[in-house]
Design a protein around this ligand. Structure first.
Ligand SMILES: [Zn+2]
Length: 619
C-alpha cells in the first residue's frame, strides 16, 4: 500500500431511486396504498379463522382444530405475513434512509410518523398469531409434519409458540402496541433529534464555527494535533451537559417503558428478553463475559503502553483512545481516498471468495454507500436491507482514515450476509444480534489482515495494529462497560427514575471497572449514555454484549477459515443463510465449536492478545 495524500474527491450519497423515485412519486404512493390493503387482508384472514390469543393463553374457548386444518391456516398466515413484511420493511426503510441522511427533512419525518400505525397493526397481528400458535402448541408437531410453508418455517414457528408464554392478554398487548407510539419509542426519537441537531461552538483553524457532534467527534478522534483533540473532547462534554435534562428524561422514559412491559409479561428481568432474542442462555453469556474479563489486563497493558508513547503518565485520556501513536509514513498519518478504499476492499474480498468481491463491486458501482458526513446526517455507520429490490444500503461517515476503511468492510459484511439470506422468506431471515455481527466482523478481519500483510514499513504495521486494537478495545473493554451500565440502569429504574447525575456517575464507574488503570481517571466520558442511540431502543435492550459475542464468534470462524482455506467458503455461506433458523450454539456445532466452553472464547481472545504482544514488541 503506497502512502498517498488525501484526495479532494466528492464522496457519494446513496442512490435510492430504484426503490422509489421519491417520496412524492406515484410508486411510493402506490406502495403505501398496497401496504394498507395487505394489512386489511391479513386482519380479515385472522378474523375469518378466529386466530386470536385467548386471555389465559390456552386453547380452551377456541374452535376445535385438527392438524391438517392447523397446517392450512398456518400456511395461509405465513404467506400473508411474509408478503406484508417484505413491503412494510421496504417502505419503512426507504423513509428511514432519507431521515438518516437528512434529519431536517420534515416531509420524510412526517411520513415516518404516518407509517408507524402500520407497524403497530403488523405487530398486533403477529401477536394474535403467536398467541394462537402457543394455545395450539400441542398440535404443532403434527401440523409441522405436513409438507408446505409451515414445515419450512419449523424453527420460527416452534420459537414463536414457545415464546408466546411471555405475551400479555390480547387487549393488553394491543394497548401496549398503540401506546408505544407516544411512549418509549417517542423518547427514542427525541434523543435522535437532539443528538443529530446539536450544534457545538468550536474554534478551529482560526475560525469560530458551529459543528454537529459527529464532526466534533471526528476532530476528537482523528485530528493530528493533541490540543485540538482535547478541546474537542471538552466541547463535546459541554454540549452534552447542555442537553442532559431532556436526554435523562428520554432515557428514563425508554427504560421505564421496558421495565413495565417486562414485569407484565412475566420476564425475570430485562436481560431475559435480550437473551431469548439472542437465542443464548445465561450460562453461555456468563462464560463469554468471564473470558472477556480475564483479558482486560492485556488490554490495560496495551492502553498504558500507548499512553506512554503519547506522553501521558496516568493512563489514556478519553480523547486519545482513537489516536494513532506514530505517523505511519512520512508526511503524516496514512489516508485513503474513497476510490482507494474501494480498490483495496474489492481486491482482498476477491481473495476470500468471488461472490464477496462481486457484492462489493455492485455496492460501489450502484452507489449503495452514503459516505459524505454532513449536517443533519446521523453519525456512525449501519447497513440496511431493502427486500423488494433485494439490495442493501450502507451509511458511513467517511474521513479517509484506516478506521473508515475497516468500517466500510464491516458494513459490506452485513450486505454480504443479507445476500446470503436473500432466498429466505422475511420470517426465516430474522437474525439475532449475536449472529448479525458474524459476517461483518469476518470481513473486517479479512481487511485488517490484508492491510497488515501489505504494510510497507514497521511504522505502518504499528498503525494497522493500532487501528485493529482501537476497535478491539471498543468491543472487549468499552462494550462491557456499557453492558454493566445498562444492567444497573434497569435494576435501579425498576425502583425509581435516575437523575442525569446518577447516569453520569454510573457511566464513570462502569468505565473504571473495565478500563481500570488503562484510562486516566480524570478523563473518562460521563456522557456516553447521552450520545449512544443504542440505549434508547425499547425493542432492543442490551444492544452491547451481542457485539462482543459477534466479534469473538467471527474471529473464531476466521480461525477455522485459516485452517481450512477455500473449502470453508461454501459451508460458511450456508451458515450465514441459516442465521434466522437455528440458535448460535447449533450453528457453531456444525464447525465443531462449543460455545459453552471458555476455550472457544479464549482462543478468539488469544488472536487479539497476540496482536497486543506484536504492538508491545514494536515499542
Ligand atoms: Zn455491524
Amino acid at each position: 500500500m503506497p502512502p498517498t495524500a488525501p484526495a479532494a474527491e466528492a464522496l457519494p450519497h446513496w442512490d435510492l431511486s430504484n426503490v422509489y423515485p421519491s417520496l412524492e412519486s406515484d410508486e411510493f404512493a402506490e406502495a403505501v396504498a398496497q401496504l394498507s390493503q395487505q394489512l386489511e387482508a391479513l386482519e380479515a384472514y385472522l378474523d375469518q379463522h378466529r386466530i386470536t390469543r385467548t386471555t389465559n393463553g390456552s386453547a380452551a374457548g377456541l374452535a376445535p382444530l385438527g392438524a391438517a386444518a392447523m397446517a392450512a391456516v398456518v400456511n395461509g398466515s405465513l404467506e400473508r405475513f411474509n408478503r406484508l413484511m417484505r413491503l412494510s420493511t421496504t417502505v419503512q426503510t426507504y423513509v428511514r434512509a432519507i431521515v438518516a441522511t437528512d434529519s431536517f427533512n420534515t416531509q420524510a419525518r412526517r411520513w415516518q410518523s404516518r407509517l408507524e400505525p402500520a407497524s403497530v397493526r403488523l405487530r398486533r397481528a403477529s401477536i394474535r398469531f403467536q398467541g394462537w400458535l402457543g394455545a395450539h402448541a400441542a398440535l404443532l408437531p403434527e401440523a409441522l409434519a405436513q409438507a408446505g410453508p409451515a414445515q419450512e418455517h419449523t424453527f420460527v414457528l416452534r420459537e414463536l409458540a414457545e415464546q408466546s408464554r411471555y405475551l400479555m392478554s390480547e387487549p393488553e398487548e394491543s394497548l401496549a402496541a398503540e401506546l408505544s407510539l407516544s411512549g418509549g419509542p417517542a423518547w427514542s426519537k427525541l434523543q435522535g433529534t437532539i443528538a443529530s441537531q446539536l450544534g457545538v461552538p468550536f474554534e478551529h483553524d482560526g475560525q469560530s464555527q458551529v459543528l454537529p457532534v459527529t464532526a466534533l467527534q471526528n476532530l476528537m478522534w482523528y485530528h493530528p494535533q493533541a490540543e485540538v483533540r482535547r478541546r474537542a473532547y471538552e466541547a463535546e462534554l459541554a454540549a452534552w451537559a447542555s442537553v442532559r435534562e431532556p436526554l435523562a428524561a428520554a432515557l428514563n422514559g425508554v427504560k421505564g417503558h421496558v421495565v413495565t412491559l417486562n414485569q407484565r409479561r412475566g420476564r425475570t428481568d430485562a436481560l431475559h428478553q435480550a437473551l431469548d432474542d439472542a437465542r443464548l442462555d445465561r450460562a453461555t453469556l456468563d462464560t463469554l463475559l468471564g473470558a472477556i474479563q480475564a483479558s482486560w489486563p492485556a488490554f490495560r497493558r496495551y492502553l498504558q503502553a500507548k499512553a506512554r508513547r503519547l506522553g501521558h503518565t496516568d493512563g489514556m485520556p478519553w480523547w486519545d483512545l482513537h489516536a494513532q501513536v506514530a505517523p505511519p509514513a512520512p508526511g503524516g498519518a496514512r489516508r485513503f481516498s474513497f476510490a482507494e478504499a474501494q480498490r483495496f476492499i474489492g481486491g482482498h474480498f476477491g481473495r476470500f471468495a468471488p461472490s464477496l468481491a462481486a457484492l462489493a463491486q455492485r455496492a460501489f458501482a450502484k452507489r449503495w454507500i452514503d459516505a459524505e458526513p454532513r449536517a443533519g446526517k446521523r453519525g456512525g455507520a449501519f447497513c440496511m436491507w431493502l427486500p423488494t429490490v433485494g439490495e442493501s444500503r450502507v451509511l458511513c461517515n467517511f474521513d479517509g482514515s484506516l478506521d473508515q476503511l475497516f468500517t466500510i468492510a464491516h458494513e459490506l459484511g452485513h450486505a454480504y450476509h443479507n445476500q446470503c439470506l436473500a432466498a429466505c422468506q422475511p420470517l426465516q431471515r430474522v437474525t439475532p444480534m449475536t449472529l448479525a455481527e458474524t459476517a461483518s466482523t469476518f470481513c473486517e478481519t479479512l481487511i485488517t489482515d490484508a492491510a497488515m500483510a501489505a504494510a510497507a514499513s514497521p511504522a505502518e504495521e504499528i498503525s494497522i495494529l493500532e487501528t485493529f486494537l482501537i476497535g478491539a478495545t471498543q468491543i472487549v473493554v468499552d462494550i462491557p462497560s456499557r453492558y454493566l451500565f445498562e444492567k444497573e440502569v434497569f435494576e435501579r429504574r425498576a425502583e425509581a427514575e435516575l437523575s442525569a447525575d446518577d447516569f453520569c456517575e454510573l457511566m464513570l464507574r462502569c468505565q473504571a471497572a473495565t478500563y481500570g488503570d488503562g484510562l486516566d481517571a480524570r478523563y473518562r466520558h460521563p456522557y456516553m449514555w447521552a450520545w449512544k442511540p443504542h440505549y434508547y431502543r425499547t425493542e432492543l435492550s442490551f444492544y452491547n454484549f451481542p457485539y462482543a459475542f459477534g466479534l469473538l464468534f467471527g474471529l473464531g470462524l476466521y480461525a477455522v477459515y485459516q485452517q481450512r482455506g477455500p473449502g470453508f467458503v461454501a459451508e460458511y455461506e450456508a451458515l450465514l443463510a441459516s442465521t434466522g433458523q437455528a440458535p448460535p450454539a447449533d450453528l457453531a456445532a456444525r464447525f465443531g465449536l462449543d460455545l459453552r466452553r471458555p476455550e472457544f472464547w479464549q482462543a478468539s481472545l488469544a488472536v487479539i492478545e497476540q496482536r497486543i504482544d506484536q504492538y508491545l514488541a514494536r515499542g
